[in-house]
Design a protein around this ligand. Structure first.
Ligand SMILES: [Zn+2]
Length: 376
């Protein structure tokens, strides 16, 4: 075995918007080649790679054939959630780990992580060139955790769309820089839920309550509303940026929008939602129209759609797993028979002075039957 053999967090690499094409928030297969080449430049051509990806990666990937080819030859391992396998392989085979994830949720199960910070490496891009640098694993010490808990006492205020300062906050892309926070491990390298704000206008991470880093204006965006199906009680809203796919599911280790957000105990209905339940994308069709496309990721309790007829909802019809379904703007998704998910009707355009045709407002999107089977 070469001392520079490494296990690669392939989903994390392919999704990473810091790699070329820089800023694109969908997974790109070629990003894997860039990172492997950078590692070999640094540690020699003899270094071997163990590639591990989440099964959901292929649903949003630009080049599914690259993924399937390596998977079929046994060079790429896939799991519903790759993290556990990545860490087991690294531990058992003494491999380096190429990732930007600090695996906070696995620190208890894998105490060796904090004892071996030198085995964790991340990619970075300087002057267009992809390089490798230490990930800087920091022990999740009691001190750092108590700092975040204290912050919970901070006052918060609701974000109002009629307040110009709040509109600016809603239209800004944010990032949590706290590597001990699950939000900092998102593949899109940005906060996927709405931030919280103090009465003084300080913008905070909703998970760890520490101040967020502004990344600049967002692409045009919409908003999803999540409700309990029996009582219609709203439990959260989250932004959906155009052409930026999101995994919706449950649990803090999820790379995506966690519908539970730590609330699973208060809403047993949320337990019906799978860890990775569905993939949702607002697609832009040549700038003239938009639509919402949803793929059920083989969730345990399934996803159904209730079509809006103009006067009432049709009875729920189950989505076939792994198939793209176009969701109309008034249609409603039902997750695990217990949670409703719909669009709010809000449409944000964040570039000053830019307007969009009325056809891009949510009220104009038609629904459609299941159309394409997604390969994988
Ligand atoms: Zn955070």
């Amino acid at each position: 075995m070469n001392t520079w053999d490494a296990v690669v967090d392939v989903s994390n690499v392919c999704w990473s918007p810091v790699l070329p094409p820089v800023g694109r928030r969908t997974p790109v297969w070629h990003r894997l080649d860039l990172v492997l080449a950078a590692w070999r430049d640094l540690h020699g051509a003899a270094a071997r790679f163990t590639l591990v990806a989440d099964e959901s990666l292929v649903r949003a990937l630009d080049m599914a054939t690259g993924y399937q080819g390596l998977r079929d030859t046994g060079e790429l391992w896939t799991r519903p959630i790759a993290d556990a396998l990545i860490l087991e392989l690294a531990r058992d085979d003494g491999l380096h780990v190429i990732t930007r994830d600090h695996y906070i949720d696995y620190r208890l199960q894998h105490p060796w992580i904090e004892n071996s910070p030198g085995r964790f490496h991340r990619w970075s891009v300087t002057g267009g060139r992809v390089g490798i640098e230490p990930l800087d694993i920091v022990p999740a010490s009691a001190q750092t955790i108590s700092r975040a808990i204290e912050a919970r006492d901070l006052k918060r205020t609701r974000l109002h769309t009629n307040d110009p300062e709040h509109r600016k906050i809603l239209g800004t892309r944010w990032k949590c820089g706290n590597t001990l926070c699950a939000e900092a491990a998102q593949w899109q390298d940005q906060l996927l839920t709405w931030p919280v704000v103090t009465p003084e206008g300080t913008v905070l991470c909703p998970s760890c309550n520490l101040p967020l880093i502004a990344l600049g204006p967002r692409d045009p965006l919409y908003e999803a509303v999540v409700e309990l199906r029996d009582s219609r009680k709203e439990i959260m809203r989250f932004p959906l940026e155009v052409n930026s796919p999101l995994i919706v599911g449950r649990g803090s280790a999820l790379k995506g929008v966690d519908l539970a957000g730590g609330r699973a105990s208060s809403h047993p209905a949320l337990m019906r939602v799978s860890r990775q339940h569905l993939l949702a994308t607002i697609e832009d069709l040549s700038g003239t129209t938009r639509r919402m496309v949803v793929i059920d990721l083989e969730s345990r309790n399934g996803t159904a759609v209730e079509r809006w007829t103009g006067a009432a909802f049709d009875p729920p019809r189950p989505l076939s797993p792994n198939r793209e379904t176009v969701i109309g703007s008034k249609d409603r998704l039902v997750l695990g028979g217990a949670i409703n998910l719909r669009l709010s009707g809000k449409h944000y355009v964040t570039y000053p002075g830019r307007a969009e045709p009325a056809a891009l407002a949510v009220s104009h999107w038609p629904g459609a039957e299941n159309n394409a089977t997604v390969t994988g």
